[in-house]
Design a protein around this ligand. Sequence first.
Ligand code: ATP
Length: 272
Amino acid sequence: SKAQLFDKGTRVTITFNDVAGLDEAKVEVMEIVDFLKNPKKYTALGGKIPKGALLVGPPGTGKTLLAKAMAGEAQVPFFSMSGSDFVELFVGVGASRVRDLFKQAREKAPCIIFIDEIDAIGRARGKNVMMSNDERENTLNQLLVEMDGFGTDSGIIILAATNRPDVLDSALLRPGRFDRQISIDKPDLAGREHIFEVHLKPIKTSPNLDIKKLASMTPGFAGADIANVCNEAALIAARKGKTEVETEDFNDAIDRVIGGLEKKNKIISPEE
Ligand code: ATP
């Protein structure tokens, strides 16, 4: 049914505190949050508030989390949909789904619309393998029509995420559309330490656990991988009947997650 397609203006409780690292990205998105909270402050001098921003970065680095946190900070409803859902489930009806989403968002403005994996519908002509070109173009065109159809003072901010900005149709990147790009990179050592801190909060760990060491053992991990390590470690310790999660449990969890990542890399072909 229709209701399954997207988050219908959910209220979110996630805030910037839940997002570790990503300091530069946070500064940029805070500006957008302020547009949502105080639009008049910006339009007073004749300026136009941007309609959208593109969050660019590898999988699992916190793009969705950051978009939700923006809605939480601005205290506005959060609508989301995934480009790949359209492609896989709704061939033939993409455009009407887009229309529907924007209609509901307009009713609840100010709000945030988040489109994950926008490259699935927003690829330049002839580069989409999963959807027929007509279908994809209809869906993309409807998105462009909707974006052009509301004024900059409508209180709707559209965020989209991708790890392939290079394949996007240039129409999406024109002024008045996704004309701002915010890069969301994999965390460095300090970033990983902060992400561990966030995800260790709910976990009962042994007092001598060395978080810096965990960060140094996980180069190349995205935030989602670190969240995974913390959860796996807790499950491993619980399985052994322990009352707290120890360093060795984290070591085992890291090995397990590395194993999973290696498998995934073997299955998923490199960049098409
Ligand atoms: P994808 O491109 O695969 O959709 P994404 O960049 O949107 O990935 P998220 O879905 O936001 O990634 O991240 C998945 C989970 O990983 C988050 O819900 C959170 O638990 C954890 N996570 C990722 N990045 C961070 C971060 N910077 N701080 C804290 N937690 C993070």
